[in-house]
Design a protein. Structure first.
Length: 196
């Protein structure tokens, strides 16, 4: 279970910080789940971490629907080709247009990023709790809107199946850090080795 006492900032412990960094590096996509349900207390903790994500201008332009009813989950899955397996829980993460930052441009993109960060919190909390999940963006927005009886101002952005992994969790291969991370300015490895 998650607790504030184990957060790195709460303890200041180097050991706790190292454990948290290991947790981040070990998270992986989980697409197949056991039949074991997500307990009520654990669900409450998972849902609590989503609204703690960064949010533009503190508008919190998001809303979430936790779906555990097996029939409702099957209905969602029928309209979500990106959802593999049958999870015990699906969290629908929505963008709230009524709370969006009002700017000349980019308000929707900014809101979508905020929703994505909230989902990342959910996925990390699930992983820390021995669960797994996968953000799914391939689904019928019209069907999900109707199935969940969403008001007009909520736009479903991601469906997040969550459950107990049916197989061991193994992170996928990632690009080499030197290929994607640069310092101060962008330089290619060949340009850097060529010198002035």
């Amino acid at each position: 279970m998650l607790s504030q006492e184990t957060a790195p900032e709460a303890t200041g412990s180097a050991t706790t910080a190292a454990a948290f960094l290991r947790l981040l590096r070990s998270r992986a996509v989980v697409r197949r789940y056991t039949d074991e349900p997500v307990a009520d207390a654990l669900l409450a903790e998972l849902l609590d971490v989503m609204p703690t994500a960064p949010t533009a201008a503190n508008k919190q332009a998001w809303a979430f629907v936790a779906v555990r009813d097996p029939y409702a989950v099957r209905c969602l899955r029928a309209f979500a080709p990106g959802m593999i397996g049958l999870p015990p829980l699906v969290v629908a993460a929505c963008f709230d247009r009524d709370r969006a930052v009002r700017e000349d441009s980019g308000s929707q993109d900014t809101g979508l990023l905020c929703v994505a960060m909230a989902v990342q919190n959910l996925l990390l909390a699930a992983h820390a709790s021995g669960l797994g999940g996968c953000p799914v963006s391939s689904f019928s927005r019209t069907a999900v809107h109707r199935l969940l009886a969403l008001p007009h101002h909520l736009e479903p952005v991601l469906l997040v199946p969550v459950g107990h992994p049916a197989a061991p969790v193994r992170p996928s291969a990632r690009r080499d850090r030197d290929e994607v991370i640069h310092h101060d300015v962008w330089t290619s490895p060949t340009a850097a080795s060529a010198g002035p």
